[in-house]
Design a protein around this ligand. Structure first.
Ligand code: ZL4
Ligand code: CA
Ligand code: ZN
Length: 393
């Protein structure tokens, strides 16, 4: 029996709403909000809610969304209907306002509700951290890192992470943003390009022209204009196909360890996009649940208040495994969680191999070739080390 107890000395809060999970981007669209239902059912089957404060989240208000997004964008988002979808099938991404209505960011029924719930989840998480009512706040429904001030991008309409970090900045002098989604966290990076109070670090697959969004090269460290305090406060870790747990963990610990000692963050915002796992429909890496989760464990070990956001993740059973296991790390139950998926878990049939920790071979028919050389990874660590010499706090 997995005996779940409340962690001693600290509090974890879990922020979600089943309302969000009912929305559909369209039949074959990769983003499937029901992966959140699958995650919650696994978390519940393991009994984890007993060890956390559980909050049903509300919708973020227009004013809250407006703290980052422009009014003209929000007004269109609130009124645009699926019928406004461009009908030109030869060129589906033509003529779209604010990048809304194309195939990546379709207009679907209940879109504004979906967006304001995702943002509400992350804002509630941030408030619990600010009130010191939580030490770790979990918002798997957030993490939509591509959304811009006046533009939807890459399945993201409202940048809940930016909104949450703006909340944290009311209380905390410095916030460290870390992004382990397989895509570059461009929207968050851009939003804080000109401040030295937020440092952003994204690990991602980088191959401009071929892989979305095409930004986030090693030398992109924030505009280096003369009086920009934000210069050197964006760190990018561009990676190739097939990176392994061992390489990723080593890279993550050496980079985040260094960033922690130089930047000395007072709060951490960790985007846990699960599309960096092996076997993801859109991803390219060879990470197992263990390797992905090691990043969460390392951040927790720093002992700094933290928000865990969701993000990408397009093979729902893998998303649910990773986020459920990472929830167990947050509450300190990871050492004794059984790998066997509980018999009574709803949706158990989704977890083909019936364990939390599928092997690489179980995750994908043929693991990808690893195109990351040890030399390249050493060069990346050296470059980051150089960047951090400009950072003084
Ligand atoms: C799909 O099957 O690279 C959308 C998107 C819809 C349904 C049927 C329409 C078929 C894959 C992706 C036409 C699809 C054409 N449907 C999509 C340059 C692109 C223009 C759009 O994890 N086409 C754009 C965005 C990325 C592009 C990734 C990751 C988000 C996050 C945080 C966003 N966009 C080329 C693609 C499908 C679709 C199948 C798709 N879109 C895969 N990669 C993209 O970082 C949440
Ligand atoms: Ca990333
Ligand atoms: Zn992604």
């Amino acid at each position: 029996e997995f005996n779940i107890v409340r962690p001693k000395g600290y509090t974890v809060s879990y922020h979600a709403t089943s309302e969000m999970e009912k929305h559909h981007f369209g039949q074959t669209h990769p983003m499937k909000p029901w992966r959140l239902t699958l995650t919650k059912s696994l978390v519940t089957a393991y009994g984890m809610p007993f060890a956390m404060d559980n909050y049903n989240t509300r919708h973020a208000t227009y004013e809250e969304l407006n703290s980052f997004h422009s009014s003209d964008y929000l007004d269109y988002l609130a009124t645009a209907a699926p019928e406004d979808q461009p009908r030109d099938l030869d060129n589906p991404d033509k003529d779209v306002k604010f990048n809304l209505g194309g195939s990546d960011c379709p207009l679907f029924h209940g879109l504004y509700d979906y967006c304001s719930m995702s943002a509400g989840t992350s804002l509630d998480a941030a408030r619990k951290i600010c009130n010191k009512q939580s030490d770790i706040a979990i918002a798997w429904g957030g993490g939509l890192h591509h959304a811009k001030k006046s533009e939807a991008s890459g399945f993201c309409y409202i940048n809940d992470i930016v909104l949450a970090i703006l909340q944290l900045l009311r209380l905390y002098p410095r916030v460290l943003y870390i992004d382990i989604d397989v895509h570059h966290g461009d929207g968050v990076e851009e939003a804080f390009f000109s401040t030295d109070r937020v440092m952003t670090v994204s690990f991602h697959k980088y191959q401009p022209e071929v892989f979305f969004p095409g930004t986030g090269g090693l030398n992109d460290n924030g505009p280096k204009s003369e009086h920009n305090p934000g210069a050197h406060h964006a760190i990018n870790v561009p990676l190739n196909d097939g990176i392994t747990d061992e390489q990723y963990e080593h890279l993550f610990k050496s980079i985040i360890g260094q960033v922690n000692t130089t930047f000395r963050p007072s709060a951490i915002a960790l985007q846990c996009g699960a599309d960096s796992l092996a076997g993801d429909r859109l991803g390219r890496f060879n990470l197992k649940v263990e390797g992905h989760a090691a990043c969460v464990r390392f951040c927790k070990s720093l002992g700094i208040p933290m928000i865990l956001f969701g993000g990408g993740g397009y093979t729902p059973r893998n998303v649910a495994r990773a986020w459920a296991y990472e929830t167990s790390i947050a509450i300190g139950a990871d050492q004794n969680i059984p790998a066997e998926i509980p018999q009574h878990a709803p949706w158990r049939q989704h977890f083909v191999h019936e364990t939390l920790f599928p092997t690489l071979e179980q995750s994908m028919s043929e693991p990808r070739n690893n195109k990351n050389t040890e030399k390249r990874l050493r060069d990346i660590v050296a470059h980051v080390h150089e960047q951090l010499r400009f950072v003084q706090h």
